[in-house]
Design a protein around this ligand. Structure first.
Ligand code: TYC
Length: 114
């Protein structure tokens, strides 16, 4: 849900009843950015160590985080590598796909709305 933050600025002068008060009320709309999951898909050919190294370098995972994600993908068919705003998620997918292609692995990476 979007939030509205009221921003009141008013200026009164109590000693003169004829004073005219100017009250401005501005609403600042704050929107939460939509988030997207970057998901890695399993295949039978990409080496486990390659996937772990890719998770460490592209998604900044530690060794143990990368091993856990790789094993989830290997056992369940897919796994979340990270959650990002659209532009960053798209860039991550593109980086994974380009690297896998260049290294001749059939690794697939997709984007999913949170
Ligand atoms: N299933 C692969 C293997 O046994 C490992 C693997 C893990 C491949 C994750 C892709 O996204 C992947 N070598």
């Amino acid at each position: 849900m979007n939030k509205t933050i009221p921003n009141d600025s008013s200026n009164f002068d109590n000693d003169n009843l004829n004073d005219v008060a100017l009250v401005t009320k501005e609403e600042i709309k704050v929107k939460k950015p939509k988030l997207y999951k970057v998901i890695l898909l399993n295949d039978d050919y990409t080496p486990m160590e390659y996937v772990v190294n890719l998770l460490k370098s592209i998604f900044r995972k530690t060794q143990s985080q990368a091993v856990n994600i790789m094993l989830t993908v290997h056992q369940k068919g897919s796994g979340v590598c990270g959650v990002y705003t659209l532009e960053i998620a798209e860039t991550k997918v593109e980086t994974v796909m380009k690297r896998a292609k260049s290294d001749q692995h059939p690794l697939q990476c997709i984007l999913e709305k949170e």
